[in-house]
Ligand binder design. Structure first.
Ligand code: SF4
Length: 641
């Protein structure tokens, strides 16, 4: 029996001594951690000493695609970068779509581990069995589109797929992204800075190998059923015809659109940044990642004027919010230009927009002065500020050099009460979902292992806002029909735990989040459908309950990585503004997170963690993480029974 689905090999490249090792993927490890990002987390846990500098040569960067990548499973174009984050100093995984992940599998590799640091700028060429470390030459220092063209020309291989950093990654902007397929981004947590710190401009892959399938007939039937379910999903029309910008209007209607550095959940000029305006004036085309029926990506173009931008992917919803209403900007052309700049420089649009808003409020309060900005007035609603600061951050010019350090380091440097204004968790800046309008989002921000993130694991706002259960009732999701987004009951802690465990299944298996969201278990890519397909691919007899258990195991493994780095309850506490200031206007006016510590207690209890947020030994043993428990205890961390 073949172990299908996986490519079967881990590629390890030491950039310092140029040693290249190909290791066989161990089946027992692949099953226990579901391969891909889950197994990458275990490798990181085993091989990284706590306390290593994320931008030092001791850190490792793992590029990995899950078992579903390249199999034609809906949304299987995903891949992830797993590493220790230079922004948070903790475990990080950043997912992207496109075609890079499947191509890596077709070349024969489930993951590529980068170790050490190259002496001079280089790029890697992985073409089936051929693996080379090549001089980056003129590509170093160039924006993403130009650098990609130079590398393809150098290789004479125009069908290669690249994971590549722009100038922001080279300059170690702490929220630099790794880009692929020009405008797909492994965006969050600064994974691009880690690649830049290793002197690696790009990893280029090209593959022509097959992915083996254990039971082709069952697999074929499962793929057809999944495609049908995805096309029957009521969310299909939203993703296919509008894309993520559609959320601007719906979240604003709920009063959950973070506005004016999240003082409000409502933007009165939202129609100027709506999906309708984008579609009518700037949309060029839609594009899909590999094996996706939705094709949610929008290509936009600003043909003329001060914000002229060539056709490029984006702006996505998060970009529109963080670079628009969050700054009280309603100029869609400036937002599109800033989004374009982030793509070519290789930078996370969420953290970039966030840092500009933080700078504007610090300027307003006198914590940043004209001296630091070199005479530039930072004010709300000013598109010039957005575009200018985006470029300055990416190139670390002027005040951009400071802002490129991320909100925690900047607030520490500014002193006074700057930290009170910083809206983050564990150093990761706030994305575009209001934690005061959707209270489970507050708990998700607080407990997500990579920091304030709305999307890693599952979109936890779905059940109470859109009453979308995505088939998770079977794993303990409470009936959301009578649960209000503003409610702070124990049910919210349950929603977060179930969404995190279930969401980690699709993260590890390697699919896009959007295919897993549906109003019920009849449509979309559910855990039950994952189990059928995974069994057919691999030959394992695996059921949905085993998958959810694996999702919980991975969540605890990520937590164990962070516990070893010193994370405790204090790090799960959300920003002061969200706990003490009321939202200013709109449908959620007056909302504040009142009961956060109580929700956190419930959450710890449901997780089987102690009151400091450390997993109990019994929980780690139940999840078959015995060696992780032993490791933590040997590191001097006492685990309660
Ligand atoms: S829904 Fe969008 S992000 Fe997800 S796989 Fe399809 S095109 Fe890519």
């Amino acid at each position: 029996m073949v172990l299908g689905g996986f490519a079967g090999t881990i590629l390890r490249i030491n950039l310092k001594n140029k040693k290249i090792i190909k290791e066989p993927l161990k089946e027992d490890q692949a099953r226990k951690y579901l391969g891909g990002p889950g197994l990458a987390t275990k490798i990181l846990f085993d091989e990284l000493k706590p306390g290593v500098d994320p931008l030092g040569p001791e850190n490792k960067l793992i590029l990995t695609a899950g078992v579903m990548a390249g199999t034609l499973c809906e949304g299987g174009g995903s891949w992830q970068a797993v590493t220790k984050s230079p922004l948070t100093g903790l475990w990080a995984a950043a997912r992207s779509g496109g075609f890079f992940g499947p191509e890596m599998k077709y070349a024969g590799y489930d993951m590529i581990i980068l170790e050490g640091r190259a002496e001079k700028p280089c790029y890697l060429w992985v073409c089936n069995d051929l693996v080379e470390i090549r001089d980056a030459g003129d590509a170093w220092g160039k924006p993403v589109p130009e650098a990609e063209a130079i590398i393809k020309e150098d290789l004479g291989e125009y069908q290669a797929r690249l994971a590549i950093v722009g100038p922001a990654g080279e300059k170690l902007v702490r929220f630099a992204a790794i880009m692929n397929d020009l405008c797909r981004a492994a965006g969050r947590c600064g994974v691009g800075a880690v690649m830049g710190s290793k002197n690696v401009k790009a990893v280029a892959v090209r593959g022509t190998k097959d992915i083996k399938v254990n039971d082709p007939e069952t697999c074929r039937k499962a793929l057809i059923e999944i495609e049908k379910a995805v096309r029957n999903n009521p969310l299909y029309a939203l993703y296919a015809y509008e894309g993520t910008p559609a959320y601007t209007g719906s979240l604003n209607a709920f009063g959950a659109l973070p506005t004016w550095h999240d003082r409000s959940g409502y933007f009165d000029r939202w129609e100027n940044v709506s999906v309708e305006k984008l579609r009518r004036n700037y949309l060029v085309k839609a594009r899909a990642c590999q094996a996706c029926s939705y094709g949610c990506e929008r290509y936009s173009e600003i043909k003329s004027g001060p914000y002229r931008s060539p056709p490029m992917g984006g702006p996505e919803y998060e970009t529109i919010d963080l670079m628009g209403p969050y700054l009280r900007i309603d100029n869609l052309e400036a937002i599109t230009r800033a989004s374009y700049l982030c793509n070519i420089y290789g930078m996370d649009t969420i953290s970039t927009g966030y840092m500009i808003a933080f700078a504007v409020e610090c300027f307003e309060k006198g914590l940043i002065t004209l001296k630091e900005t070199e005479g530039m007035r930072l004010s709300w609603g000013d598109p010039e500020v957005l575009v200018d600061l985006t470029e300055k951050i990416a190139t670390r010019q002027g005040i951009g050099d400071l802002l490129a350090e991320g909100v925690v380091r900047v607030a520490e440097k500014l002193g006074k009460n700057a930290m009170d204004l910083a809206l983050h968790v564990k150093g990761l800046e706030q994305p575009g979902h209001s934690p005061r309008a959707i209270k489970e989002m507050a708990l998700q921000y607080g407990t997500c292992n990579r920091g304030a993130c709305h999307i890693r694991y599952h979109w936890v706002g779905n059940p109470s806002m859109f009453k979308a259960t995505s088939g998770m009732e079977a794993y303990g999701l409470p009936d959301p029909s009578n649960i209000s987004p503003l409610d702070e009951s124990k049910e919210k802690a349950k929603i977060v735990v179930v969404c995190q465990n279930c969401g980690n299944v699709h993260e590890a298996l390697g699919t896009c989040l959007f295919h897993t969201s549906s109003p019920n278990g009849e449509t979309g890519l559910t855990i039950k459908r994952f189990a059928i397909l995974l069994s057919a691919l691999t030959g394992w007899e695996i059921n949905d309950q085993e998958l959810v258990k694996a999702g919980e195991r991975l969540f605890n493994l990520e937590r164990a990585f962070n516990i070893r780095e010193g994370v405790r309850r204090k790090d799960d506490i959300i920003a002061k503004r969200w706990r003490t200031e009321k939202l200013l206007n709109g449908p959620t006016e007056g909302a504040v997170v009142e009961n956060y510590e109580r929700m956190l207690d419930w959450y710890y209890e449901l997780r089987g963690w102690d009151s400091e947020g450390v997993p109990r030994k019994s929980k780690l043993l139940e999840l078959e993480l015995d060696e992780v428990a032993t490791h933590l205890e040997n590191s001097g961390i006492s685990l309660k029974e």
